[in-house]
Design a protein. Sequence first.
Length: 252
Amino acid sequence: MSIILEKYVAYYRVSTKRQGKSGLGLEAQQKAVREAAARNGATIIAEYIEVETGKSSKRPKLHEAIRHARLTNSTLVVAKLDRLARNAYFTRTLKESKQKFICCDNEKANDLTIDLLAVIAEHEARAIATRTREALAIAKDRGTLLGSKRPGHWDGREDRRQAGTANGLPLAVAEYSRIARDHYGDVIVPKMKEWREQGKSLDDIADLLNADGFTTRRDQKPFTKATVWRLIDRYLGRQYLGHAYLSCAACN
């Protein structure tokens, strides 16, 4: 009778492309997984290497590793839980997958461990973001130039700056539009549609929005006829403006 060995699907993460190419950090993770496999009489049937920053939520290799482990009835194995536990996306994905797993540096880790780590990771991510914002604000107040504003930052890289601007502009416009839709779309736009269908004027609608305590997204200012005109034109269409579309040229 043949003995069926436990199967491992290994998942490794290195923080940068440079680490991924050089093997820094990766070899130690592979060594830990292979030692765990030998210790537990398991066979490593696949290895997935994620080259990402710690903050990134793009983890395609993680999903591939989980899917591979599930389809082959294998155990997902990671070398060091502390290397991944601070990442909220990883802990949440692992928790929600319900995939059996082991961590070489803590083989007693279980679903409860992951639940706790997910909470800790979320808290630490927020704390890091807060500390970073505060440190940058202090540096800026002291007159320190940050990022691309630093002297010499773009020396010899002007072509990259122009390419980055060209690539980033459409993304910035799309993000701006999304934020605006989130602010106006759920409540304000339906109200304007209802009031316009009731025959209320643009001035009436501005007064009603202001009376209900609504403000504009960008400046948190009261609504005006011009603001209402632009929002109706953008989200409801010119048919909801009627004669106001031609008579409110100043609003455009």
